[in-house]
Design a protein. Sequence first.
Length: 135
Amino acid sequence: DLETYLELSYISSEAREPVANVDLSAIPEVSEALKAYGECMTSNGYAVATLAETAALVLEEFAGTRTANEGPSAQESTMAVTDFRCQQEAQLKETFDGVYFEEAGRWIVENEDSILRWAELQAEAIDRAKGVIEG
């Protein structure tokens, strides 16, 4: 029914909220990792401090400089490798993953009753659908 559909949709949308709305810059581990990334990029000749600045520089330097089937230039490849190495050195993925799973875990604990209700509603909907299909 419509009420069940709306409740399931709301819970599904709500599940993305806490992680999507986290202010990463306010988390010390993230700030430190981003600082290390920026220092690495700067020490390798790229005047950027953040991933957003790196993305903007890539667009500024390389957007529209090659055709769809053409490989990257040596300059573009060098920057990509430097970016990759700096992200690894700063442990950005590990840091972001840690924050994501911590926030997601917190949300799960806080919303356990709603999650169990969601699972129950979903099981009931599947049973009703089987009944309709099987006649």
